[in-house]
Design a protein. Structure first.
Length: 210
């Protein structure tokens, strides 16, 4: 690999306008609400697609109606490796995700009448065929919604996690906090989010005297 190719580049992230547009088109109709919540969890909790599809009802609610304020992940990066520790795999829910999840639970909740056959161990997100969503399916639906939102250059689903962590660093300027939120084993991994984005420059320039 060429020397230049080995340099660390800032991760590609959605702009604020793109984020707003994506959430708008997915949240406009009931049929898109499952996907809206999936995208919100990626943006609000920095969850990877495998962590999202690995969620069961029991992971997000104790009483079957009210979401937990903190999700303890059982499926996470490296969880399939022998000896992988679940310590530190706790993810706080921001208010936006909490209330969206609460609404979602009312729609598909076990015992709600909509799907009485579901159990606490059932996957939180299912396909139309009644199976747990796959990583591949999540990536596919994300591409489709980007087309609906009119994105000219599509993003990978992981860009939502990058966007979440970049936004958190932008608002706090605390790399230790971001590292803890990202659940990184080393803070060195987190430093890629401590960069100045084009949007940061534009926002700063708007306030200059001219």
């Amino acid at each position: 690999m060429a020397f230049a190719a080995r340099t660390r580049r800032p991760p590609r992230t959605l702009t604020d306008a793109e984020t707003a547009r994506l959430l708008k088109v997915t949240g406009e109709h009931r049929d898109g609400f499952r996907d809206h919540l999936i995208i919100s969890l990626a943006l609000g909790c920095a969850l990877r697609e495998s962590e999202i599809v690995g969620l069961d009802f029991r992971d997000v609610t104790r009483d079957g109606r009210t979401p937990k304020r903190t999700i303890h992940l059982r499926t996470f990066k490296g969880s399939k490796r022998d000896g992988a520790s679940a310590e530190g795999q706790r993810v706080p829910l921001p208010d936006g995700c909490f209330y969206k999840l609460e609404k979602y639970l009312r729609i598909v909740l076990p015992g709600s009448g909509a799907h009485p056959e579901l159990t606490p161990e059932a996957p939180l997100f299912e396909s139309r065929e009644g199976h747990r969503l796959s990583d591949r399916r999540v990536r596919s639906l994300f591409r489709r919604w980007q087309e609906v939102a009119g994105f000219s250059k599509p993003y990978h689903f992981h860009a939502l996690r990058h966007t979440s962590l970049t936004n958190l660093y932008r608002s706090t300027r605390d790399i230790n906090l971001v590292s803890r939120f990202a659940r990184h084993a080393s803070i060195v991994t987190t430093t890629i989010y401590a960069h100045v984005s084009d949007e940061d420059v534009l926002r700063a320039a708007k306030g200059l005297a001219s």
